[in-house]
Write a protein that binds this ligand. Structure first.
Ligand code: C2O
Ligand code: CU
Ligand code: CU
Length: 562
């Protein structure tokens, strides 16, 4: 584990290193050697030794929990409890409440969550499984002491059912969400979204997954002999800031970039998973408040285990891409195939977020530095540092495993549209002298809650999102619509290295997304089709999914109109 230098984020601004905009093309070369190392960190044993180690070695003592890592089994869908599967074809009541769960070894952790009673069992943050074309019908019964919502992230949905901050459900009140599932098969999610309280509520646990299935998807499962819950696993990744008493900590009077000290997979801190030597499908969702991950699989001994990216936020890609790592921003999902088939029994593989240049160069335009958010919660692992989520332990082959061929065509996903003739709407992301983030000089708190713009239903637009040079990566998300990425320009080296298609696109950019990262200095163009089967004015939010940025107003509302 490299020593966390609180000033590191100040020193990494690539433009302040004198490369200049004109030097951007060649700036991989212009970077000092120390920075380039982060680009190929996969060979470094940089996320701690492979054996279990007390966590206390990397966090500041007083606040931090102490526990052996990789000693608890991964939480897999059981009959009840956290993340158990629930067939969404019937209506449910989700009770927002708080209760203790075993998250870390030892003392329990109180989680705010959605509790569901069905068939005499109690579920918490259930994984909803639904077929495309069916509907989801959920009543929220808010028994928290404050307003909350259920936002259906990634779904084609009308304003009344979207569950965004425009429609808070007061403490003690109820609301009903009902919508037809029109999205492609894929993994989506739901989470609390009350205005200014999204960060604290998600940090405390208010989030769950939705797996949408269809025939095309089921065909792939069959071809690859994948079984949901056994060899096809949904993994919810989140970092939490946890205290010595195992409670989840949050700075309620104004947190920034809330990265944590404990890595949770399916609400288990640093679990292990026994795997057989065969192909596994892992669907990863990053439900962290703020931490951008760089997902990789690293074998004991340090070597990368390449894997295939087969899907993104909005379902399967057209074809699989062999990769060594993929960026996974807060709110994004990826669908990957990992082949343990060639590994010997006893081999160990870590699900790791590799080191990367976090580019948190968030001085404002007059050159003043914003307060360092790490100062809020000492002991948290800094953004961009390597960290491990889970250890996979390869066992003996159970039966003679049949090697399956990966199909060349995964889905009938249409190519990226030709959007040359579509009108362009421009967005610029930046920070002001007070350290507040803006979208086109609009901040939800400072500028107001009215619609920033209106779009005619059925129209198609290119959105051009440009991030300031003195900035940090922002994971931009809009409600109600998914999109395709058209191009990226002036991307940082970590990203440029991933380019596989014209326009600076990475394999992930070739899929359907609802959240896209725009790196400092970068301009990203996305293609949006505002066709939808609703009428009248429907309002939605466009915001950064770093939840502290969102809560601090890096958000606008817009309306789709007849
Ligand atoms: Cu998951 Cu407004 O977002
Ligand atoms: Cu959303
Ligand atoms: Cu942001």
């Amino acid at each position: 584990m490299p020593k966390i230098d609180p000033h590191r984020r100040r020193l990494l601004g690539w433009l302040s290193l004198g490369t200049g905009v004109a030097g951007a093309i060649g700036f991989a070369r212009a970077l000092p050697a120390g920075m380039r190392a982060t680009v190929h960190a996969i060979d470094e044993p940089d996320a701690g030794p492979m054996c279990a180690q007390p966590r206390a070695t990397r966090t500041s003592a007083a606040q931090a929990p102490t526990y052996e890592r990789f000693t608890r089994p991964l939480q897999l869908p059981r009959e009840d409890g956290l993340l158990a599967d629930l067939d969404a074809s019937v209506p449910y009541r989700f009770v927002a409440q708080s209760r203790d769960f075993a998250v870390l070894p030892g003392a329990p952790t109180s989680l705010w969550h959605y509790a569901v009673q069905a068939d005499g069992r109690v579920f918490a943050n259930p994984t909803l499984r639904v077929k495309r074309g069916e509907s989801i019908d959920v009543e929220l019964d808010n028994r928290l002491a404050e307003a909350t919502t259920i936002h259906w992230h990634g779904f084609v949905i009308d304003e009344a059912n979207d569950g965004g901050g425009l429609h808070p459900v007061k403490a003690g009140a109820r609301a009903r969400y009902r919508f037809d599932v029109r999205n492609r098969a894929g993994m989506y999610w739901y989470h609390a979204h009350p205005h200014m309280r999204t960060g604290v509520q998600v940090q405390r646990g208010m989030a769950g997954l939705v797996v949408v299935e269809d025939d095309e998807e089921r065909e792939l499962q069959k071809q690859l002999d994948l079984v949901h819950g056994k060899t096809d696993l949904a993994l919810m990744l989140a970092d939490k800031q946890v205290g010595a008493d195992h409670s989840i900590l949050y700075r309620e009077d104004g947190a920034d970039d809330w990265v944590g000290n404990a890595m949770l997979v399916n609400w288990t801190a640093e679990p292990y998973l026994d795997v057989t030597p065969r192909l596994y499908r892992l669907r990863l969702a990053n439900v962290s408040n703020a931490r951008l991950l760089r997902i990789a699989f690293v074998q004991q001994g340090g070597g990368a285990l390449p894997f295939h990216l087969i899907g993104t936020d909005g379902g399967l890609l057209a074809e699989p891409w062999r990769v060594e790592d993929v960026f996974l921003a807060p709110a994004q999902r990826i669908d990957v195939l990992v082949d343990f088939g060639k590994l010997a029994a006893g081999a160990r593989v870590r699900l790791r977020s590799l080191a990367y240049d976090a580019m948190e160069n968030d001085e404002n335009e007059s050159g003043e530095l914003a307060p360092d958010p790490m100062g809020d919660h000492p002991g948290a692992i800094a953004m961009g540092h390597a960290l491990d989520f889970m250890e996979m332990r390869v066992g003996e082959a159970k039966e003679k495993s049949v090697r399956r061929m990966l199909p060349r065509k995964l889905s009938s996903l249409a190519p990226t549209p030709d959007a040359k003739a579509w009108p362009v709407r421009k967005f610029r992301l930046n920070m002001d002298a007070q350290g507040d983030w803006f979208i086109n000089d609009w901040n939800f708190h400072k500028t107001g809650h009215r619609n920033a713009f209106e779009i005619k239903r059925g129209s198609r637009e290119t959105w051009e999102i440009q991030n300031a040079i003195n900035s940090m990566p922002h994971a931009m998300h809009l409600h109600g619509f998914q999109f395709r990425v058209l191009s990226r320009s002036i991307s940082p080296p970590d990203l440029r290295a991933k380019q596989v298609a014209p326009g600076g696109l990475s394999p992930q950019d070739l899929g359907v997304l609802d959240t896209v990262v725009v790196w400092p200095g970068e301009t990203v163009r996305i293609a949006l089709d505002f066709a939808q089967p609703f009428r009248g004015t429907q309002r939605y939010m466009f915001h950064c999914h770093n939840l502290e940025h969102e809560d601090k107003g890096m958000m606008v509302t817009f309306a789709v109109v007849d």
